[in-house]
Design a protein around this ligand. Structure first.
Ligand code: BDR
Length: 323
């Protein structure tokens, strides 16, 4: 995993589809002293790309980080039509009635901004996609030279076990499976922060209530967003909020909180019920397929298998609430 070298913050770029939990990721990233957010790029996913741009700009303004360049990216996946995630509300931000942003995105597209910021960075950049991987695939295919200055890609997507968009496919990968396949073969170190850990990092109800009652707009927003993410699946009657995508940013700031294993991963691309599934090979030994048909080259990915929930919740809260 990416380690913070000395006192220098890690240069990061977040590619997002803001999105309730993308917003939680941005609120954290811009305040963490160990992270230097050099750009934020937007892609269609949780809502349409113009909505994503609007939400991203608003969140950065509320976070007091209105100087970070934001670019508009792909309006739809490489092959599929865009299919938004209704769980984020009509506006992609939980329909909280947030103000329109005062500024506009930069006048270059996301791929151009990604290339520019990656190559201009004095130290290799960590990319954090928390969205369908369309922009990243377009970047890798258009400007493959960027990989020389990418430290690692830590993406929220995929699942070892159960999916959400389908029984086996996680939303970001399902939305653009071809793009995810391009990402996995980028030839740079990759961490998959999948649903297996994503769903576990929950902020306790008293913390959510404290944030919602805050007089600081940025903290109130965080509380409202967390309250919107009450996990109906937890079976716990106490409302709690999932950090979701923000956990992937915590994993960059504090890699020791994540347990990963380097495993072969590939994306199911065939039409049908498995499309978009991330197939993670956890077998202890090769099987008959390898014995009879030989070996296929597969990407090796650092797959997140466990997360220190308490550690990341504390990290996220202290970063947001610290002075
Ligand atoms: C992912 O899908 C979106 O709804 C969330 O923002 C997250 O990135 C989880 O499957």
């Amino acid at each position: 995993m990416t380690e913070q070298s000395g006192d220098q913050p890690i240069p990061v770029i977040i590619d997002c589809d803001t999105g309730v939990d993308d917003a939680l990721a941005l609120l954290f990233a811009v305040r963490h002293p160990g992270l230097d957010v050099r750009a934020v790029t937007c892609v269609a996913g949780n809502t349409d790309v113009d909505g994503v741009v609007r939400n991203t700009l608003t969140v950065l303004e509320q976070a007091g980080a209105a100087d970070i360049p934001v670019a508009r990216g792909a309006a739809r996946p490489l092959i599929e039509p865009a299919r938004s995630a209704p769980v984020h509300g009509q506006d992609g931000m939980g329909d909280l009635g947030l103000p329109a942003p005062a500024r506009r995105p930069v006048d270059v597209d996301a791929v151009t901004l990604l290339r520019r910021e990656i190559l201009a960075s004095p130290r290799p950049v960590t990319l954090i996609p928390t969205a369908p991987l369309t922009n990243i695939a377009l970047l890798l295919r258009t400007h493959p030279e960027v990989t020389r200055n990418i430290e690692r890609i830590v993406f929220m997507g995929g699942a070892v076990t159960t999916g959400n968009a389908t029984p086996v496919a996680e939303f970001n990968v399902w939305h653009d499976p071809e793009a995810a396949a391009v990402l996995l073969t980028a030839g740079v170190p990759i961490t998959m922060y999948g649903l297996d850990v994503f769903t576990r990092v929950l902020v306790p109800a008293p913390d959510v209530a404290r944030l919602r009652a805050s007089s600081e707009p940025r903290l109130r927003l965080a509380g409202e967003l967390l309250a919107h993410r009450d996990p109906a699946t937890s079976g716990d009657p106490t409302p709690t909020g999932g950090l979701g995508d923000a956990g992937a940013v915590c994993a960059v700031a504090d890699p020791a909180g994540l347990t990963t294993e380097r495993l072969p991963v590939e994306v199911a691309l065939a039409p049908g019920p498995s499309r978009g599934q991330t197939i993670v090979d956890r077998r202890p030994r090769h099987g008959e397929s390898e014995i009879h048909d030989g070996f296929r080259e597969q990407a090796l990915v650092d797959v997140a298998l466990d997360v220190d929930v308490e550690r990341y919740v504390k990290l996220w809260l202290t970063t947001l609430e610290g002075n």
